[in-house]
Design a protein around this ligand. Sequence first.
Ligand code: PMP
Length: 428
Amino acid sequence: MNHTRSSALFQQAKAAIPGGVNSPVRAFKSVGADPLFIKKAAGSAIYDEDGNAFVDYVGSWGPMIVGHCHPQVIEAVKRTMDNGASFGAPTEQETILAGMVIEAVPSIEMVRMVSSGTEATMSAIRLARGYTGRDNILKFSGCYHGHADSLLVKAGSGAATFGVPDSPGVPADFAKHTLTAEYNSLDSVRKLVAENKGTIACIIVEPVAGNMGTVPPREGFLEGLREICTNEGIILIFDEVMSGFRVAYGGAQSLFGITPDMTTLGKIIGGGLPVGAFGGKREIMEKLSPSGGIYQAGTLSGNPLAMSAGIATLTLLKQPGFYEKLEEKSRQVAEGIAAAAKTAGYPIYSTRVGSMFCAFFSKNEVHDWPTASACDTKAFATYFLAMLDEGIYLAPSQFETAFVSAAHSDADIEKTIAAAAKCFRLIA
Ligand code: PMP
């Protein structure tokens, strides 16, 4: 497969942009290649600058659940654009999307829009600290919640891929307020809570971890967190930037029946435009400025284009049977890849929750960061490049999730499984 133009564009980009990319996960550095430069996408297909077509399982890292360029989303954005891109004043669309989010997500009584997932988690934590009057927060190793200072501690996603889970530039005085427990281990949480009694403002968790590969919560884990938080006066924050409207219309909290105090959202609710949101109990949310004293703001927050893309996307997701069909497609592709690995005699550990899935290059089960990080990342890199050559576009890291969209066809799925069979034979 010819990547000449992508590689040339990457050389140019490197001169102007650090590492040639505006977000580290886009680089193919950890798999030893140049990233593809993308020209366009439609439905489940993504096309690079050399004219190659791929079945896309990145989906802009999660937002594109209805597929790329859905006509209803495009139409909504174009119609809004005709009236102006941004006013910095309230618009009706903000209240409409807020209403849809409140209706969908059990724990959210009020919500504020921001422009990224990072802003959502950063603001939610500030609010939790302001509300409780406590400074410490607790997160889990291998979980990623954006790049705010206090969250770049034992972080997943690109921070894990590139070996900088604790980024230089985060003052030790900030990082010391971030306690880190092991995902799926209530014992590790109980220990930290006991050692730091009365000082923890919030526990922030990905209810389905998607930034160390896909790691589902073990039975009882989320329930246990809820119980600990209730008993200790700690705010439970579900970071559903990835899982929100993805694993179910109401997110992981509706799938597992656990109600957090606050929720962060992003990705899907912007339909591919820059959006984040954080919401929760009215009593907590009303502490935000200007109704309360905890400050948070944004020039482009609730941007009309992003709101209209979000409203159009959620409207499509509400159609009867949407998640059932997506579940079936996702089951087929994840099980097909796992079966292909088995037939080739190559051991993988396959995980999936709804349309999020992952093939861990591991003989052992993966339930947390120690087991995820023990995977054979070299073998993954070989697999990734071989799949790319077969026209399958996956995230270029073992520590990421694959996303299925409603636009993936039976033919896409068959092609993906056949490609995986070939690639596993290659590395076995
Ligand atoms: N939280 C989670 C769970 C995420 O997956 C991400 C991004 N992948 C973020 C927060 C940060 O979102 P953003 O990249 O929009 O800042």
